[in-house]
Design a protein around this ligand. Structure first.
Ligand code: G1P
Length: 266
């Protein structure tokens, strides 16, 4: 899915790179092979752009390049849940901390969200999830933190619940799709325990680490867009287009006219 002029996945990669990450694993499935080509080099296109003197487009193209061996793909054969998807990458991750980014959560921020988290993680270690307050009515769409100690930007969690039933959420602090995790979470996922919706939930595997006091939530600075929903994707499109100097004037004029037309029709 393209947000303004780049696929969502590119925003996630740019954010991870800004946080210093150099090696990437994609968990994919049938019908997603375009993803592999997207990050490969395109010598033909490159030479066409160079001949045409389109240096600006060349720069954009190069931002999609990955070094040989820096990118790997693993397949998830059946959609058994986010925890299962992460577990599929266990052999490639090995025994070291790793980050998980869910590209349908797009976060606009001055300092990229994962970089903010990395800085906080330097202090805490353990496991860290991005967190955001949501209205109580929306809590059952998320993983929700049970807050042990609230230190401001950082909270220590004493539990985590995936998609709590209405009225049963332990707080209104929801997990957003950025995680820095210890390999212990992968070991927890080996149990293949089914959770909310009958899926193997990443939240449950992280929650096990709260017993050891090793799970932190981080209230990031920035605006999150849920590009997994139609309304969220449209909001992101408008916000990102208005933030672009080359599109702002034309686009805001158009929006203005559209709203005026709609009001007149009412
Ligand atoms: C996933 C996670 C959930 C998290 C959410 C953030 O849910 O399971 O804990 O709060 O992403 O976007 P999904 O949106 O895939 O249902």
């Amino acid at each position: 899915m393209t947000l303004v002029d780049r696929p969502l996945i590119q925003y996630a990669i740019d954010e991870a790179r800004a946080a210093g990450i150099k090696e990437f694993i994609f968990v994919t499935s049938r019908g997603k092979s375009a993803l592999e080509d997207y990050f490969d080099h395109s010598p033909e296109l490159e030479s066409t752009l160079r001949k045409a003197g389109k240096e600006d487009l060349l720069e954009i193209l190069k931002a999609t390049y990955m070094d040989s061996g820096a990118i790997a793909y693993v397949r998830q054969n059946r959609p058994m849940g986010l925890g299962h998807a992460v577990w599929c990458a266990r052999r490639l991750i090995g025994n070291e901390p790793f980050a998980v980014l869910l590209p349908d959560d797009v976060i606009a921020a001055e300092k990229p969200c994962l970089q903010q988290m990395m800085e906080a993680y330097e202090e805490t270690g353990g496991n860290m999830v991005a967190a955001m307050e949501v209205s109580p009515a929306r809590a059952s769409s998320y993983g929700v933190l049970d807050i042990g100690e609230d230190m401001g930007a950082i909270v220590k969690a004493k539990g985590m619940v995936e998609k709590p039933k209405a009225g049963e959420a332990p707080s209104n602090l929801a997990v957003i799709g950025r995680y820095i995790l210890s390999p212990k979470v992968l070991t927890n996922l080996n149990k293949m325990k089914q959770g909310a919706g009958g899926e193997i939930q990443l939240t449950d595997a992280i929650a096990e680490e709260t017993k050891a006091g090793q799970v932190y939530g981080y209230r990031f600075h920035g605006q999150r867009y849920d590009c997994g929903s139609k309304a969220g994707f449209l909001q992101a499109t408008v916000a990102f287009a208005l933030a672009r100097p080359d599109l702002r004037d034309e686009f805001s004029g158009y929006l203005h006219d559209m709203i005026a037309l709609q009001k007149a029709a009412q």
